[in-house]
Design a binder for this molecule. Structure first.
Ligand code: M6R
Length: 345
């Protein structure tokens, strides 16, 4: 039931107002074993596919910072080629909305055979991946019907952050009510994003998204949403890599999103924005501080800890992709050639 919404995708985007909170309510005994397993691990690998791989990147970066130990993100489809370090001191944390993604299930099977412990984060608590794990936590987002992962992404990140906070004594500072309020405020700006797509944006064929550190996975996630929902070529780029190649693509036809809140990446990412601006690209800044360099700006709130920015930065990118899909006459709920759950390898 889509209720007041035209599509499941936009309904699910708006459900993030509450789903980020739901993700963090867990049974005490389960979350305790889950956290103890991560705390005791010698070697932690985080795996997933598509959007859930982007959660794996964020979880790995945040895990390294909060727990001062190495987390390695590995794409589920690449897992079988990267098995050499897996042993009985390894914990594999597998992340999947559906819990039925074949590449993820196959990764956990191989890891288990090599002696690793398996943890999982799923949305569907009765799924194969939930059953394959030693301990599985569910994000409680409710059914996600739209093929594009939206509320499951922020639910996964919220749950991963509350796990890391619990182990580290609060080093991330994830507060479910504060995050939910900030997401609600971002969603209240949806009409401005719709206007940006329909009024301000030129016809666009190539979109680039730049970000560093914890913003880089959001650059990848935003690009994935734009490809999948609006059928537009989009690329997430670690901003520091521009000069190693992608700068050659920048000209007046490019639209570049710059993920640039005033954290420790700010100055470096602003320099990258200048590099692309000089080549004539149109720049959309996503930031809590304005700057004349942006042709358009999407304001995000200041976050207490920079690791929390992904949870608000992704919202305008989801909305932008949705409205761009409508502008391009694409059904956002069911993109061509894609399935909600990829059960083949
Ligand atoms: O159910 P899963 O989280 O395992 O699905 C993984 C990917 O297939 C999925 O995230 C896909 O990339 C989405 N359609 C992206 O929006």
């Amino acid at each position: 039931n889509k209720g007041e919404f035209a599509h499941y995708t936009i309904k699910e985007i708006f459900e993030q107002r509450t789903s980020v909170k739901a993700a963090t309510y867990q049974e005490e005994h389960k979350i305790k074993v889950f956290c103890d397993t991560i705390a005791a691990a010698g070697n932690i690998i985080v795996t997933g596919s598509g959007t859930s791989y982007h959660t794996s990147l964020i979880t790995s970066m945040a895990g390294c910072r909060a727990l001062k130990k190495r987390f390695e993100p590995v794409m589920a489809s690449e897992f079988k080629y990267n098995m050499d370090s897996i042993d009985k001191d390894t914990v594999v944390l597998a992340i999947s909305q559906s819990g039925e993604t074949a590449d993820v299930l196959s990764a956990t099977k191989l890891a288990r055979a090599a002696g690793a412990k398996i943890l999982s984060i799923v949305n569907v608590s009765t799924s194969s991946l939930a059953r394959a794990a030693d301990v599985s936590l569910a994000i409680n987002s409710g059914p996600e019907i739209g093929v594009a992962a939206t509320k499951s992404f922020t639910g996964q990140v919220s749950l991963a952050y509350s796990v890391l906070d619990r182990i580290s004594g609060g080093r991330i500072g994830f507060d479910r009510d504060a995050v939910s309020d900030k997401i609600t405020k971002m969603l209240a700006g949806s009409a401005a994003i719709e206007r940006l797509v329909n009024v301000t944006m030129p016809k666009v064929n190539d979109i680039y998204l730049l970000g560093r550190s914890i913003h880089f996975p959001i650059a990848l996630e935003g690009a994935l949403k734009m490809k999948e929902l609006a059928y537009v070529h989009a690329e997430g780029i670690a901003a520091g890599e521009l000069k190693h190649g992608p700068l050659a693509l920048m000209d007046k036809n490019a639209v570049v999103f710059v993920l640039n809140p005033d954290d420790k990446t700010y100055g470096d990412t602003l320099s990258s924005a200048h590099e692309v601006k000089t080549r004539g690209a149109k720049i959309i800044g996503i930031s809590n501080v304005s700057n004349d360099i942006y042709d358009a700006m999407i304001e995000i709130p200041k976050m207490e800890n920079e690791l929390l920015y992904p949870l608000v930065e992704v919202i305008p990118l989801q909305l932008f992709s949705y409205y761009l899909a409508l502008r391009n006459n694409v059904d956002p709920d069911f993109p061509r050639n894609l399935a909600k759950s990829v059960t083949v390898k």
